[in-house]
Design a protein around this ligand. Structure first.
Ligand SMILES: NC(=O)c1ccc[n+]([C@@H]2O[C@H](COP(=O)([O-])OP(=O)(O)OC[C@H]3O[C@@H](n4cnc5c(N)ncnc54)[C@H](OP(=O)(O)O)[C@@H]3O)[C@@H](O)[C@H]2O)c1
Length: 239
């Protein structure tokens, strides 16, 4: 069974996702206090891991490409490293572009979600790093299958989907988001074209959320004026 997926994001009041671009806090509001809310709210979900897109993971991973050969890794079965009871740091990386150099990111055990077409040598590099991996079909875009494999392989019940825009949009389009949790900073970006928290790369006129509805769960105003919104995602009512 796939885990429950909660898309948990920080947003400006205009829905943008780059906190470094936001207006600064008002006089007397502590910016560090605002930033701490994200992790504190994350902990309240008691998830067993977090999940991000390839672009975001490339900003966080520390490794670089190297040649370790490819002996013994022709199979496209999931590989499970030594998780040691750690939470999971899951990267959706269809082409195998991210290099880790270790088995964790921010202390959490890395699981790479790949296409079956990645080179054997890349799988060998992940094994040498102790990174776990599993597959999302021939082109790496079958997110439903990957989430089933994630649930079955690691036995996790809840995972946080933490961006960026592209991967959040892909999960929305696939109907795989169970809940949306947004922390709205008292801040604005304002520039046209800056990514919002959902950014599915589709055709003009396409509606990635079609067939789904959001049901309000709760609203909390946190210290410093940050507003935490929770919505359950459910099938849209028949029309
Ligand atoms: N405000 C926040 O809290 C927050 C949180 C996270 C990230 N961010 C920021 O967001 C930016 C990155 O966002 P982004 O939208 O450019 O990238 P992203 O969502 O991190 O990654 C997008 C990548 O995921 C892969 N992907 C997309 N759709 C897929 C699908 N259907 N199946 C499998 N793989 C798929 C593609 O990888 P390939 O290109 O390799 O095919 C795509 O380029 C960063 O600058 C980061 O700092 C902000």
């Amino acid at each position: 069974m796939r885990p429950r997926i909660i898309c948990h994001m920080v947003s400006s009041v205009d829905g943008r996702l780059h906190p470094s671009r936001y207006t600064v806090p008002a006089a007397g509001v502590d910016g560090a206090r605002l930033r701490r809310h994200y992790d504190e709210v994350s902990a309240r979900f008691e998830a067993q891991g977090w999940m991000i897109g390839r672009v975001t993971m490339q900003e966080m991973a520390k490794g670089s490409a190297r040649d370790v050969g490819s002996a013994g890794v022709a199979s496209r079965e999931p590989f499970v490293g030594d998780r040691k009871d750690r939470d999971l740091a899951v990267a959706i990386d269809p082409h195998g572009k991210v290099h880790y150099g270790q088995d964790n990111v921010l202390g959490d055990h890395v699981v790479a979600v790949l296409s079956e077409g990645v080179p054997d040598a890349y799988l060998a590099e992940l094994r040498e790093d102790g990174v776990s991996y599993l597959f999302a079909g021939p082109d790496g875009r079958d997110l439903g299958r990957a989430m089933e494999a994630l649930g079955e392989t690691f036995g996790i019940e809840t995972i946080l989907l933490e961006g960026g825009a592209g991967i959040n949009g892909a999960f929305l389009k696939a109907g795989l988001i169970d809940e949306i949790s947004v922390l709205i900073q008292p801040a604005v970006d304002g520039l046209a074209g800056v990514e919002s928290i959902f950014g599915y790369q589709g055709e003009p006129g396409e509606r990635p959320g079609a067939g789904q509805s959001l049901r309000h769960v709760s609203t909390e105003t946190l210290e410093g004026g940050l507003v935490w919104l929770r919505y359950q995602v459910e099938d849209a009512p028949a029309t």
